[in-house]
Design a protein around this ligand. Structure first.
Ligand code: SF4
Ligand code: SF4
Ligand code: SF4
Length: 201
């Protein structure tokens, strides 16, 4: 079993619903992003087009962040996701330097969304799951997987651009899409064996 995601760049319309769903699910403090959608222009005027590259953590199977973590705070689950044990994280940020995908963020502070106002009841609950002075990132929504749900970003994508499942199962939807459309990781040449694959437009 190896959890993985496929993102079809031909279908992505850059709406950022995935980013919003991620924030809502994880309750990330203001300024903290577990997911981003990069924008770039392809082609030349008058045939230029805007393209989008949604980027969660790549959950690499040979993760550089894990190799440099001095405390064992960064670890890999048997079913693939790369997670951080905040109890063990000393905030050294070596993992941030090692990650080639810029997937990690240091929690300098835990800020409310509405500056000058107290945390909302939802923020008060979610902020308890964050520790100032530690590093955070996308966790493939393991808390949802354990309840039989898909990651929030996958479930919410209105274009159906994101698929999630077992990459070790050749019959799973992501595995079939990777074969059918020659899906590949972003910067495969880095050799980190990401568990996020892209179908190119
Ligand atoms: S929700 Fe889907 S269509 Fe919208 S930006 Fe994310 S991946 Fe693209
Ligand atoms: S910041 Fe935390 S997770 Fe990252 S390398 Fe240091 S101890 Fe490990
Ligand atoms: S898998 Fe979960 S934590 Fe990761 S980007 Fe998607 S919604 Fe955010």
């Amino acid at each position: 079993m190896r959890y993985g995601m496929v993102i079809d760049l031909q279908k992505c319309v850059g709406c950022n619903s995935c980013t919003v769903a991620c924030r809502a699910e994880q309750g990330t403090p203001a300024g903290v992003h577990f997911h981003k959608v990069m924008k770039y222009e392809a082609g030349k005027y008058p045939n230029a087009k805007m393209r989008f590259l949604p980027m969660p953590c790549m959950h690499c199977q040979d993760p550089p962040c894990l190799k440099v973590c001095p405390t064992g705070a960064t670890y890999k689950r048997d079913d693939g996701p790369i997670l951080i044990d905040h109890e063990k994280c000393i905030g050294c940020r070596a993992c941030m330097v090692a990650c080639p995908y810029d997937s990690r963020q240091f929690l300098w502070d835990i800020r409310n969304y509405y500056a000058g106002h107290p945390a909302t009841p939802y923020e008060q609950i979610k902020q308890k799951t964050f520790d100032k002075g530690t590093v955070v990132k996308c966790n493939f929504c393991v808390q949802r997987l354990e309840r039989g749900r898909l990651p929030a970003c996958v479930e919410t994508c209105p274009a159906g651009a994101r698929k999630f499942g077992d990459l070790d199962d050749p019959g799973s939807e992501p595995s079939r899409l990777i074969v059918l459309y020659r899906g590949a990781p972003f910067r495969e040449d880095l050799g980190t064996e990401p568990s996020v694959f892209y179908i190119k437009g």
